[in-house]
Design a protein around this ligand. Sequence first.
Ligand SMILES: Cc1ncc(COP(=O)(O)O)c(C=O)c1O
Length: 459
Amino acid sequence: MNQHFKPNSIAGRDVKAHLHSQTNPRRFEEQGPLIVTRGEGIRVFDDAGKPYIDAMAGLWCASLGFNNARLAAAATKQYGELGFYHTFFNRTHEPATDLAETLLELTGMKGGKAYFATSGSEANETMVKLAWVYHTVRGKPTKRKVIARDRAFHGSTIAAASMCGLTFMHREFGLPIAGFLHTLCPDPYRGTLAGESEDQFIGRLVGELEKLILREGPDTIAAFIAEPINAGGGIIVPPRAYFARLQAVLAKYDILCLGDEIVCGFGRTGNWFGKETVGMKPDMMSLAKGLSSSYFPISAVVLRSEIYEAVNEFNKAGGSFGHGFTNSGHPVGVAVALETIAIYNEMNVVEHVRRMGARLRGHFEAMADRFPIIGDVRGAGLMLGIELVADRESRTPFDPALQAGLTFDQIAYDNGLIGRCMGDTLGFSPPLIVTEKDVDEIAERCEKSLKELHSRLRK
Ligand SMILES: Cc1ncc(COP(=O)(O)O)c(C=O)c1O
């Protein structure tokens, strides 16, 4: 252990005892943790009392900020009434029933079913398993493979990580496992070829997908999975006609479309669900994060009735759906999710996100006029990205050794702003409760940090 931490300090003890997710071990041992002691609205405070605006809502998730009293009260009330019960073997409780109905209504999946799990990864893996049941029951048991996209993020468990299209999720573990394939990422800024129109770009993306399906054999492909807007891969908004044309190919080969709404769901993109923002029509959707503002680890899958019917049919001889998590439909999780959704409704989340998102985007676009290192401003609602470039005209990226994005994050952090770089794309996904004043403050701190970055990069 690095000697510069006092052995009994939280930092010293944490460095000694705690293995952190998505953290470089050596850098962590050197730098130690950011110790977060409390939250207040969109701000968190470190152990020295310094406030930060968390413009990422933690991990794209704390949509109602960091100390919402109503969510705390909903959890406390539910703990007092029924602190745990499971949903195996025909068991339920009213909050779980209420949330299942609410989700079907909100997602437009009426007549279908809602299934509960505890993490986004579990929800995504549940969708894969349901796709397998669906095809098996319909006499197509060889349909097993799943196609995801380059730069996708779908979680950390083995199949979910295999669906990721990011090398950092694969390299230590020898992933992806067999049967998990990847196709092109619909990134208009980086993916469009010189002279290619949007229509031609979409045609090429969809053509590549079809080639992959034909190469593997359509009778081996169960499902395609995508986020409406790719979050962790760099806030990538596909061209408007992309999903409609892509889904025509999926339909042609009887391939299910799985929508990962774990980040995009619950207002984030300026609609209740990202599918509305991009014109996607999924057969199943995975939900987490904003579902409970991450005040409780709860996730869900909503599925079309045909998929439920397959589960029913498979078990007609008396077997049980062989799937489930101890905490599926945990009473406190569903109570917190119901309260979260009630608050979204009261604050008119969609309209609010559209207004705040347009204001923040306006600030970023104005900054692009002042900073030539801004190559692209993109996103939807309160899910925005700024891509930094060495040369705007030619879209030439910075030399990766400069670590422009990471340097921005460090400067911003010193300026009391938590963002998240994905390579040289700066992500902004603040709590959805941001006010006009908050948005202006995020922009001010961002601009100040960009100025410092700009002068450092020129040295
Ligand atoms: C789009 C997307 N899908 C899935 C996941 C995985 O969720 P979890 O970390 O809850 O397993 C994440 C997490 O960041 C995500 O961003």
